[in-house]
Design a protein around this ligand. Structure first.
Ligand code: CA
Length: 239
C-alpha cells in the first residue's frame, strides 16, 4: 500500500487519490478527468492497453479505470496483465451492459465495473467503494485464532500453511470479512453492505463470482460454505 493511500484513507475521503484512466475516446477522457479532478483526485490518462501496462513498470496509482474497447487490445487483457504485478483496484468501464457476464466470467479480478453512460456520482461512488475498503475492517477483527490461514489486514497478505496466496483487493476484503468470525453465517445483504459498500443491481452475481474465486484459490470450497437462503459462513478447513 502506498503512503498516499494510507493518508487519504485515514482522512476518509477520495481527495488525493491517484487514478489511472485508460480511455481511448478523448472526449470521454476529458469529461471523466474533469469530474475526478474536481473531486480532488489526481488523474493520469493513457489511451492504449500497452500504455496502461507500461505505466506500472515504474509508477503506481490507487485505482485504475479501464475501458474495455481499446485500440490495441481488449481492456480485460490489459487488466489481467496489470493484475500480474499489482493488486491495485481495477474498475472496468464497459460500453454495454451485456458484457457484464463476460467481465464476471473471466475471474480477472476486477473489483467493480460501470456501464457507459455513467453519472459522475456513480463513478465517484465506485471509486470510493473500491478504495476505502482497506480501512474498513481494521482493528475490528481477530483472525489470529485461525491455525492454517493468516489474513493480515495491514499488509493485505494472506498465507495458507505459510504459503502466500494472491487475492484481489475485493477478494481480500470479502475473505477478511467472513474469516473475522469463523462459523458465523453472514447474510448476503450484510456482506454486500460491508464489502461492496452499497447494494446495487448485479452485485449478488459479483458476490458469487468472488466467493468462487476465493474457494478456488484456497484449494477447497469448504472454506466458505453456502447456507441456503441465508448467505455464507467461513469455516477453517483442517489439514
Ligand atoms: Ca473505447
Amino acid at each position: 500500500m502506498s503512503l498516499l493511500r494510507v493518508n487519504w484513507l485515514e482522512r476518509g475521503t477520495i481527495e488525493g487519490v491517484k487514478v489511472l484512466l485508460v480511455e481511448d475516446d478523448q472526449s470521454i477522457a476529458d469529461s471523466v478527468s474533469a469530474s475526478l479532478t474536481t473531486a480532488g483526485m489526481v488523474v493520469e490518462h493513457v489511451a492504449t492497453g500497452k500504455a496502461s501496462i507500461d505505466y506500472f513498470v515504474d509508477d503506481i496509482c490507487d485505482v485504475v479505470l479501464m475501458d474495455l474497447g481499446l485500440p490495441d487490445m481488449d481492456g480485460l487483457d490489459a487488466a489481467k496483465k496489470i493484475r500480474e504485478t499489482s493488486s491495485v483496484p481495477i474498475i472496468i468501464v464497459s460500453a454495454r451492459g451485456d458484457e457484464l457476464d463476460r467481465i464476471l466470467g473471466l475471474e480477472l479480478g476486477a473489483d467493480d465495473y460501470v456501464v457507459k453512460p455513467f453519472s459522475q456520482r456513480e463513478l465517484l461512488a465506485r471509486i470510493r467503494a473500491v478504495t476505502r475498503r482497506a480501512s474498513d475492517h481494521v482493528a475490528t477483527k481477530d483472525v489470529s485464532l485461525l491455525k492454517r490461514l493468516h489474513v493480515d489486514e495491514p499488509t493485505h497478505i494472506v498465507t495458507l500453511d505459510g504459503n502466500e496466496i494472491e487475492f484481489t483487493a475485493k477478494e481480500f476484503d470479502l475473505l477478511s470479512f467472513l474469516a473475522s468470525e469463523p462459523g458465523v453465517v453472514f447474510r448476503r445483504n450484510d456482506i454486500l453492505e460491508h464489502v461492496w459498500d452499497t447494494p446495487w443491481y448485479g452485485t449478488t452475481k459479483t458476490l458469487d463470482a468472488h466467493i468462487a474465486s476465493i474457494r478456488k484459490k484456497l484449494g477447497s470450497p469448504d472454506w466458505i460454505q453456502s447456507v441456503r437462503g441465508v448467505g455464507f459462513k467461513f469455516v477453517e478447513v483442517e489439514l
